[in-house]
Design a protein around this ligand. Structure first.
Ligand code: GLU
Length: 457
């Protein structure tokens, strides 16, 4: 068992492929949780030595994904970022900027006689005997040399074009960054014998390893890049709540003792530990995520709801900058408790942020009969004479008009809602009309009535 008092240092070391796989996001999360649980340090290192396919944007995909999930990193070179504040403004480490360190380490191996030149490349003199891996999740694994490796177990450290290979840079950085626990996907278990041999060649004890099982599709097949839900971005696009996604990712391969499912991050930080990482592959369960989305959004505080709600509307293409903050807040307040995911917010509340609503011809035909338009006209005129345009007055007025016309309130509510929002359902009518304000409401009603604007004061 590892000593909790040693200074834990973990890292997330993604290659920038332009895509943050949820398996990668979960690896980042488990590292972050372990660092926060132990009071250790979480390092972010971009493994971008493969210059041909790496780019600034690809790195940004990773950084913004981690920020969205609430995973902050603790270290790294300072990068000036006038827009940001606090943690996350520095770092990450970029391997592309650390070439000199790798060259120095290769020289060290050469001096020890553990690396040598071969056809323009530099190769490592691999250990000839089986290597035992003590993995905190997988258990003990004895790695024998394969038949092919028996013929030539040595492997390339620096390619003939001068590029250092993954095994070298990964180990050198884990060593230089004094990483104590390597928590990563099980697909890297097959590399671990090479890595352990390299650590030993540098005269250093290898770190602890914890290889996390893969995430599978609901049908048990291996999740590929193209599968639904494979990219963290797809959860953002679908309007999931980051708290729900983080909680959900925790459950993919880790299980708190009492088998609880919904668990706030602060509590997960307290309970998280490596031995509880499950050994079997985790199956993706979209229904559970949707359930968590609903739970988190229901319990969310107003401020966070406004923040995530505004971001979701912007993503749906609404230009919120054109509206005052208190208008946006009032509009979002009418949606709180009504939607299950932020992805639903565009269709639900987009009408607040357009000049004129778009009414589907079928809805128009159903809702706007000669009769209902005549009633709508009465309501419009009553609204026009209101001095205080607030929900209680709006409600009182609508009910008085209904009484006068001898109809139920619904006979006015439905056409008014359709005229002002373009939808048959949505936030409470009286409240949404108050938020829209009298002039926009009259303008929308006039449009429904077919009255040219300005002709009917
Ligand atoms: N760059 C490697 C990857 O993205 C990192 C592997 C590791 O965590 O050691 O798979």
């Amino acid at each position: 068992m590892e000593d909790k008092h040693t200074n834990v240092r973990v890292r997330f070391a993604p290659s920038p492929t332009g895509f943050l796989h949820i398996g990668g996001a979960r690896t980042a999360l488990f590292n972050w949780l372990y660092a926060r649980h132990t009071g250790g340090t979480f390092v972010l290192r971009i493994e971008d030595t493969d210059a041909a396919r790496n780019s600034q944007e690809a790195t940004e995909v990773i950084l913004s994904g981690l920020r969205w999930l609430g995973l902050d990193w603790d270290e790294g070179p300072v990068t000036p970022d006038p827009a940001g504040a606090g943690k996350g403004d520095f770092g990450p480490y970029f391997q592309s900027q650390r070439g000199a360190i790798y060259q120095r380490r290769v020289r060290e191996l050469k001096e020890k006689g553990l690396a040598y030149d071969s056809e323009g490349a530099v190769k490592f003199k691999m250990e000839r005997q089986p290597i035992l891996i003590h993995d905190l999740v997988v258990g003990d694994v004895r790695r024998e040399l394969t038949d092919r490796e028996q013929a030539d177990p040595d492997f390339v450290l620096i390619r003939s074009d001068g590029q250092p290979v993954f095994h070298l840079v990964n180990v050198v950085d884990d060593l230089e960054m004094r990483i104590t626990h390597v928590i990563r996907g099980e697909d890297h278990l097959s590399n671990t014998a090479k890595h352990i041999a390299l650590f030993r060649a540098f005269g250093v004890e290898p770190p602890n390893y914890a290889h996390i099982p893969l995430i599978l599709n609901p049908d048990g097949t291996k999740m590929s890049k193209r599968d639904r839900g494979a990219s963290l971005q797809s959860y953002l696009d679908d309007g999931s709540t980051p708290e729900a996604v983080a909680n959900y990712l925790c459950l993919l391969g880790w299980s708190p003792k009492e088998n609880r499912e919904k668990m706030p991050m602060a509590e997960t930080v307290k309970l998280f530990d490596l031995p509880q990482i499950l050994r079997h592959n985790a199956r993706f369960d979209i229904a559970k995520l949707q359930w968590l989305d609903g739970e988190y959004i229901r319990e969310m505080g107003e401020e966070r709801f406004f923040q995530l709600g505004a971001a979701a509307l912007q993503r749906s293409g609404y230009k919120l900058d054109a509206f005052p903050p208190n208008y946006i807040a009032a509009a979002l307040a009418t949606c709180k408790g009504k939607i299950k995911r932020f992805g639903d917010l565009g269709p639900y509340a987009g009408f607040y942020f357009v000049d004129a609503v778009n009414i589907d011809p079928a809805d128009r035909a159903r809702e706007f009969t000669a009769e209902s338009l005549a009633r709508l006209q009465k309501l419009r005129d009553a609204f026009a004479s209101l001095t205080a345009f607030a929900a209680p007055e709006i409600e009182k007025t609508l009910k008085a008009v209904a009484l006068e016309l001898g109809v139920k309130a619904g006979a006015l509510v439905h056409p008014a809602r359709m005229a002002c929002t373009g939808a048959a359902a949505g936030p409470s009518l009286y409240h949404l009309l108050e938020v829209l304000g009298r002039e926009p409401v009259l303008k929308r009603m006039d449009a429904a009535l077919g009255t040219p604007p300005g002709k009917n004061p």
